[in-house]
Design a binder for this molecule. Structure first.
Ligand SMILES: Cc1ncc(COP(=O)(O)O)c(C=O)c1O
Length: 410
């Protein structure tokens, strides 16, 4: 039956992470693998109350189709929420989507033809890579350093691609607490990126699921807030700030870009669930996302601190192992010495009932074999400590097998 498959889907692989998650569902496994929000942050009771009331009192409205653009009430509530972050959107510049994964699908449908070049981080979000693969987009990786995407390398890659006669379209970035690395792009870097995009006439796809989950330090304005031309398309999902099961997000885009996205969404699902949109709108009106975020940020801070403390305690010293220490988001990223392949390490880790995501799948150039992602969001402090202790044991074994001469940690 293979002959019945489209070329598009034949070239797309199943997500290594989603396959791995199946293995880590065993209750005895301490899983740092899935990038799932902490379930104790979900406002179940309030949402149940709102849903019950809406279904009882306004079933003919909330069970009806919505417009493709999304409920006015929800978009108005989001306009107000984004305003203090310097994002001055009007209701018509917002498109409600069935979460940000759909946003990525719509970006591909609306802006990217097969063979078009898109620049992304090394590493980057695997789900985005899957969407780009499905649409046969040419992904060109650009390394990240501690301030985000390396713009010098980006400019070199742009020149190379132009010289090769390719059609360059977009830069995809996750500026805040990036998935998978936890790295945040500095303000200076955001400005430089926007300048490059202007000069080279590229779109910036700014994917921002984690910016609001900042639990320390000062917020950095989104790239969209610096954009005076409408070349930044920003996606903000409710998955991490409210709950992932609602499958709800918003895209900010202007002019013809918005029009193209609306046409793409019409052909994809007509509209996002009206009931879900009204539930979110009422939650924002009655509780407020900022009030909710204030209650959940400390939960993530405690977990992140527990993870970094455990890494400092248990990981072999002076072995060239380092990790990020983010001020928000869900992830810590670990670099092991060159020569250790984390895709091989994962089997051993699962034998020890601990799981992580090997980093290589997040690198579109096949590098990053010595890296891994740890989500601190799902486990409690005790499990984080125990899980990192087990992981450190597995890393120690791998180091012994490597027979590396110890080098200074950095
Ligand atoms: C960077 C990034 N973009 C998009 C998504 C998709 O989120 P959702 O479809 O739940 O909105 C995720 C989920 O983890 C993510 O990390």
């Amino acid at each position: 039956m293979n002959q019945h498959l489209s070329k598009r889907v034949s070239g797309a692989k199943r997500s290594a992470i989603r396959e791995l998650l199946k293995l880590t569902e065993r209750p005895d496994v301490i899983s740092f693998a899935g990038g799932l929000p902490a379930p104790e942050t979900f406002p179940g009771e309030k949402l149940a109350e709102i849903a019950a009331e809406e279904l009882r009192e306004r079933p003919q409205d909330v069970l009806q189709y919505s417009t493709t653009e999304g409920s006015r009430r929800l978009r108005d509530a989001i306009v107000e929420w984004l305003e203090p972050q310097g994002v001055h959107a009007t209701r018509d510049e917002l498109l409600v989507t069935t979460a940000s994964q759909q946003g990525l699908d719509l970006v591909c449908k609306a802006f990217l033809d097969p063979g078009d070049v898109l620049f992304c981080g090394l590493p980057t979000y695997l789900g985005a890579v899957q969407a780009f693969n499905l649409f046969q987009v040419d992904k060109v990786g650009v390394p990240l350093n501690e301030d985000g995407m390396d713009v010098d390398v980006l400019q070199r890659r742009i020149a190379e691609q132009r010289a090769a006669g390719k059609r360059l379209k977009a830069i995809y970035v996750i500026p805040d607490f990036q998935n998978p690395s936890g790295i945040t792009m500095s303000l200076e870097r955001r400005k430089q990126l926007l300048e490059i995009a202007k000069r080279e006439d590229l779109l910036i796809i700014e994917d921002n699921p984690y910016g609001h989950l900042r639990f320390a330090g000062t917020a950095i304005p989104p790239i969209a807030s610096l954009d005076d031309e409408g070349r930044v398309v920003m996606m903000v999902t409710f998955s991490k700030v409210l709950c992932s099961g609602l499958r709800l997000a918003v895209m900010l885009a202007r002019g013809v870009l918005m029009d193209a996205l609306v046409r793409a969404k019409q052909a994809t699902d007509l509209c996002t669930s009206k009931l879900i949109q009204i539930m979110a709108a009422r939650y924002i009106e009655e509780v407020g996302l900022e009030n909710h975020l204030e209650t959940i940020r400390p939960i993530y801070r405690v977990k992140k601190e527990a993870m970094v403390r455990a890494l400092e305690t248990y990981m072999p010293k002076n072995a060239g192992i380092r990790w990020t220490n983010p001020d928000g988001g869900l992830f810590v990223w670990v670099w092991l010495p060159e020569g250790i392949d984390t895709e091989k390490l994962i089997d051993r880790a699962i034998e020890h009932n601990v799981a992580f995501v090997p980093g290589a799948s997040a690198f579109v150039d096949g590098s990053g074999k010595n890296t891994l992602r740890l989500a601190f969001s799902l486990m409690d402090e005790e499990k984080i400590d125990e899980g990192i202790r087990r992981l450190a044991g597995v890393v120690e074994e791998a180091l012994a097998a490597l027979e590396t001469t110890p080098i200074e940690a950095h």
